[in-house]
Design a protein around this ligand. Sequence first.
Ligand SMILES: Cc1ncc(COP(=O)(O)O)c(C=O)c1O
Length: 363
Amino acid sequence: MTQYVLMNPGPINVSPTVRRALAEGEDLCHRESEYFDLQDRVREKLLTAFGLSPEEWAAVLVTGSGTCVLEAAVVSSLPTGGTMLVVVNGVYGDRIAKMATAHGIEHERVETGWLEPPDLALIEERLTEGRFDVLAAVHHETTTGMLNPVEALGEMAARHGAAFLVDTISGLGGETFDFGAIRPTLAVCTANKCVEGLPGVSFVLVRRDHLDRMTGVPPRSLYLWLPGYFAAQENRSTPFTPAIQVTEALEAALDGLIEESVRGRIARYAEASRILRDGFESLGLELLLPPERRSNTITGLRLPPGIDYDRLHDALKARGYVVYAGPGKLREDTFRISNMGQIPREALEAFAGHLRSALEEVG
Ligand SMILES: Cc1ncc(COP(=O)(O)O)c(C=O)c1O
């Protein structure tokens, strides 16, 4: 079977150690001490990797994709009757608002175009005029690869007494995320992007005082109720059957992250995106975002005139690379290249040449 170079923004190419952990992990019962030891270690390693104090923070594991744990964070972040202000400038901010709608949570959107940053003045105005329990935003909008100003948003949330829920599913591990400066209440992430684990397990890094406040609030969901997961995990238990072997792979991924350090990983990804972007510029391709808004991991590109995305995708796949379509209304004339995960430098350096020949083939 061909091992493609995955240039989609997760799931990513993982290290042999992570893959081995999945394949060679033990068969465990999730009601036995061996599983609880694994769960304890993974929760602890998450805090260690991101430099968080266990007195202030807890890692809560949830079996499911990023959307699953994000929905858990949304429904577990407000008291009964609480309201949420949602920053929307892409698919994933929109998804948070849709989750609020699905659960009957009162909310308001502050929306800008997908190629624009959030309107901080309008957000300040809404936080001043309204009474919001939670401000929710996406750190790295995977829609375009845009970094949103989470530090400014966190400062506003703190000043207005709102909890700050951050979807950093495609950011954490790949971008600087200063918990002290951003002051998130809940930071939501998944195993299979910049943490370099496999899909199936996700997590929230959440302030313990928030979980204390949420205790006693009537659950809005059975499966997606974070205080329930937290209470069980603190007591060496689990409410439901977890993805045990994926958690074993996550432990291996966290060992890798701690060894490389978050700073080291960010530097590796920054260098990878530099190699790719130098190549894109040499091909005369137009990048969607100005340099100051670009992340270390996703490059949004304008499709050259006359190029059909699906044909370009197939031509690149035949050369061993999986690339990613633009989302929603950006599908017609853009595409995305991600450099998350274990991509060898040679594969990054060779990509521009493959892209050139693929463009010539389908043009
Ligand atoms: C910012 C962001 N939020 C949420 C999600 C949803 O995660 P999943 O596809 O794992 O459910 C993604 C996936 O790409 C994402 O990038």
